[in-house]
Design a protein around this ligand. Structure first.
Ligand code: 0O2
Length: 213
């Protein structure tokens, strides 16, 4: 999005989001956190003899999404507010093979001394009212750039492929909110969240039986 298209964020704030040092620091944090997930996977591979991490990736929050979230949380969409009050300006997603792998992965990350875990939200044990399930860790990682060290905050979402599949469909539905059919689909989707939870449990039990052969 270019500055002229956006009437709701001041140009000075838009410029700060588009500033190369913000973008470089954010993409460094994404690379470092993705590397941490891959290192944790390598460590767990030695222990379990299989990959725990199926996929990892990250993104910097879009201007539209920053605006929507600032509006939802009731504060002015300035660069400083977003950086201070939004935990997910930088988002990393790690898709792990099984539900217990999500916790294994989190456990390894807790042992990394150069990672501050400042908040944990377990939407697997306590799903959101929508049916959304994932383990969220709000983390801070040190990024060295232009002779300064800065703790950069990011939201790490850990989930299984089934949880990821469900969240992807739910995300598509978000853009249709308010329409009658969307409400019906949302109710049905909420039931499938339970189906996904049961499937995750069954797959985990099968894996344990396979391990025991
Ligand atoms: P997007 O577009 O995916 O980035 P906090 O201040 O941290 O307590 P926050 O950030 O609202 O409050 O935390 P929450 O509720 O844990 O949500 C953070 C992110 O989790 C969301 O970011 C989504 O990515 C994901 N999420 C949370 N609830 C749902 C849900 O019901 N369905 C789906 N599909 N994803 C969800 P954004 O900015 O809302 O969205």
């Amino acid at each position: 999005m270019v500055a002229g298209e956006n009437k709701q964020m001041k140009n000075q704030d838009l410029k700060k989001f588009q500033d190369s040092s913000f973008l470089v620091k954010s993409s460094c944090a994404i690379s470092m956190l993705t590397a941490k997930l891959e290192i944790a996977n390598a460590e767990l591979f030695l222990e379990l003899g299989r990959d725990v991490l199926i996929h990892a990736g990250g993104r910097i929050k879009s201007i539209d999404s920053i605006l929507a979230k600032c509006r939802k949380k009731g504060f002015e969409p300035t660069y400083e507010n977003a950086l201070e009050k939004l935990n997910d300006m930088i988002g990393i997603r790690g898709v792990c093979a099984f539900e217990d792998d999500v916790y294994r992965m989190a456990g390894v990350l807790y042992s990394h001394k150069d990672l501050k875990i400042i908040k944990r939200k377990d939407y697997i044990k306590n799903p959101k009212s929508s049916g959304y399930r994932s383990l969220h860790l709000i983390v801070e990682i040190p990024v060295y750039f232009q002779e300064k060290m800065e703790w950069v905050r990011a939201e790490l979402q850990l989930r299984t492929p089934a949880m990821d599949f469900w969240a992807g469909v739910d995300h598509q539905l978000r853009y249709k909110k308010g329409k009658k059919e969307a409400v019906l689909i949302g109710e049905e989707l909420k039931q499938y969240s339970q189906v996904v939870a049961e499937l995750d449990q069954k797959m985990m039990e099968l894996r344990k039986r396979i391990d025991a052969i």
